[in-house]
Design a protein around this ligand. Sequence first.
Ligand code: IPD
Length: 250
Amino acid sequence: MTDLWQNAMDHAVALARKAGSLVRDAVQNDMKEKFPTHSFIGEESVAAGEPCVLTDNPTWIVDPVDGTTNFVHGYPFVAVSIGFAVDRKLEFGVVYSCIEDKMYTARKGKGAFCNGQILNVSDQKEISQSIIATEFGSNRDTEVVDKIFSSMRKILCLPIHGIRGVGTAATNMCLVASGCVEAYYEIGIHCWDIAAGAIIVTEAGGVLMDVDGGPLDLMSRRVVAANNKIIAERIVKEIDAFTPLRDDAS
Ligand code: IPD
């Protein structure tokens, strides 16, 4: 039987591919041309064998498509994530949640915004009244999956109001900045997934830490982003931490 819609689907796949390569070219090649002395860390460049080392040089930390699995399945949360660091400190971050058409921005010391509207984290201090965002991640090693489930189980049973996750780390962090969820944590993300979101969270009044309660290390592939220290530290107590290979390990 003739498949009526195969032609349309082929067109959709071609369109998605075109959109993906446009975004990649725009954020990667364009920056290299405009700021030739700057360094660049991006999911694609690292996959192509370029170094993933954060130095004092002005550095773009970019994920052209955060939420790749969502993108492939048409699940409607996909973000472009662009962080910029100087002397290893984030100066600004831009997260564009493309399907929702939400442009999140933050510049150090100047606040965080979504489509021009100022963002503030939630003022909730009670973990039992909180929503926590997290993800299952992409590692299917059973020991890792067990730890992820165990942490979620403990956090859910504190109890909390609920667990959410939209499939992009950058957008999850923007939801913390927007006050929709009190915190987001994950182990296994990469620096390009969280760099932009990190400064958006702090400029909205939130806090960042490692899953063991220490300071956030962008290269460690572990993050807790929360509305305040009380919520962050309460979550940290319940996380079964593990240590993925660092982004700057090779
Ligand atoms: C992924 C997303 C996802 C998170 C993964 C990331 P990618 O990034 O941010 O939410 O759970 O850990 O790797 O691969 O779509 O750029």
